[in-house]
Design a protein. Structure first.
Length: 454
């Protein structure tokens, strides 16, 4: 039994003082007491730690390498994809593990306790399969074991190069599988997840409505009757037009009309929606997986957050391409993009309430749902996914209650994060990950090797 004592803690009942939390051997909170005498590991400010709802871990090694325009040509999401494809030709399974473990370490140090890894790189370049078809999925689980992060692994089903079912080009064949091949991969990935701590779990992802057909989407769903399904939808206008030309309807409308979109679903990006689509998605009880830093970097566009929030839509945030890994920066960017979009302030706040608090609460509960993870609140029976902030930091000095979260979200950075627990595993202490030196050294070696080949 581990004991944490916090001077201030945000419980499911609100802010409380002098809080003692007991964590059992399964990583769950067994008791919560307010007005308790100091005992155990002491922290200043204790919060429930959110989950990262969307990550491609290997992208971390690409950060900063695609910020130039070659030959004066147009540069957009579609040209950026070819940068990624060329990079994938260089990656080996051990590289994926090293890069992903480092990215997960940074997620933990920024305040995320868990991650949904949307894993689509399955084979050798050109599509030749590994002897173990789930080799790269096993590398993701190995990275999670090294970092201590709570993992929801989402093997990605990928069939086609577009809505017209065109064949994958050579650079995409590392993603592709037939249903029979993917079912085998999925089963072996599940075996790998089963070797991790019991808080880790398996979901599934269909890459997008351009990369799977309706039958393929139905097949992916069938693999996880009791878990979650994630899918990229409506990230770019070009894909929406392609989908409309094939199916005669916009993608979010098609999903709501043709699938039982409910709590099991996370709709990633959903950047370009009409007002009607926004309302329909909000009312579906699915989670919108918003990735503000990546969406801004790629020029995707801006999520229709004001309408979605007013309709009580559920959402979480993801680090996606992992260009910059920062919980508070994702939240801040999400809100600021809305302010620029509609010319208003405090978009993610109810009247006379705190914007930082509402953002934080929303992504914490939305992330728990998206990952199928028993977390999201400091209360008995929940996983001990916890984040401690440093009240002595100049940005938090003399702040209390919701002003703490407003300051963390709108003024803060990763240096405010002092401790993080993932299912009771104390993975970050005094702002530093337990395996920082090992994971950083290996990442640096990996990146140097890859850049010599680029």
């Amino acid at each position: 039994m581990n004991t944490i004592w916090a001077d201030t803690a945000l419980l499911s009942t609100g802010w409380q003082k002098n809080v003692q939390i007991e964590i059992d051997q399964n990583g769950c909170i067994s008791s919560v007491k307010s007005n308790a005498a100091p005992e155990g590991y002491r922290v200043d400010i204790l919060l429930p730690a959110p989950s990262n709802v969307h990550s491609h871990g290997f992208h971390r090694a690409l950060a900063g390498l695609s910020e130039h325009r070659a030959g004066g040509s147009e540069d957009d999401f579609w040209t950026w994809r070819w940068v990624v494809y060329r990079f994938l030709d260089l990656l080996k399974p051990e590289d994926i593990q090293a890069i992903t473990a480092f990215a997960q370490m940074e997620m933990l140090e920024s305040g995320f306790a868990a991650v949904a890894e949307f894993h689509y790189v399955h084979h050798h370049p050109g599509g030749l399969q590994f002897q173990n078809i789930a080799e790269n999925s096993c590398r993701i689980t190995a990275a999670s074991e090294e970092s201590g992060i709570g993992l929801t692994l989402l093997p990605v089903f990928y069939q086609y190069g577009g809505c017209d079912k065109r064949e994958l080009v050579r650079e995409q064949k590392t993603f592709g599988n037939s249903p029979a091949e993917f079912e085998k991969l999925f089963q072996l990935a599940g075996d790998a997840v089963a070797s991790l701590p019991s808080d880790c779990n398996l979901g599934v992802a269909a890459h997008s409505l351009r990369a799977v057909d309706p039958e393929g989407l139905r097949f992916a769903e069938s693999l996880v009757p009791d878990s979650v399904i994630h899918i990229h939808v409506a990230e770019q206008p070009k894909e929406i037009e392609e989908f409309k030309s094939t199916f005669g309807v916009r993608p979010v409308d098609w999903l709501v009309d043709n699938k039982n979109i409910d709590e099991r679903w996370t709709i990633v990006h959903a950047t370009h929606m009409t007002g009607s689509e926004t309302e329909r998605l909000a009312k579906s009880k699915a989670v919108a997986g918003i990735c503000p830093i990546t969406e801004a970097n790629l020029g995707d566009g801006t999520f229709n957050g004001g309408t979605y929030f007013k309709n009580k839509g559920r959402f979480g945030v993801g680090s996606d391409a992992n260009i910059l890994i920062s919980l508070c920066e994702e939240l801040r960017t999400l809100e600021y993009l809305q302010r620029l979009k509609i010319g208003a302030r405090n978009v993610f706040a109810n009247p006379n309430s705190s914007c930082g608090r509402h953002l934080y609460d929303s992504v914490t509960t939305g992330g728990a749902q998206s990952l199928n993870r028993n977390c999201g609140a400091i209360e008995e029976g929940k996983l001990a996914d916890l984040l401690a902030l440093d009240s002595d930091h100049v940005l938090l000095a003399d702040k209390s209650d919701d002003l703490i979260l407003d300051s963390f979200v709108f003024c803060g950075n990763n240096s405010l994060v002092r401790d993080v627990w993932s299912a009771g595993r104390h993975v970050v202490a005094e702002g530093r990950h337990m395996n920082r030196e090992i994971l950083s050294t290996r990442f640096l070696s990996t990146v140097r090797k890859l850049r010599e080949k680029m």
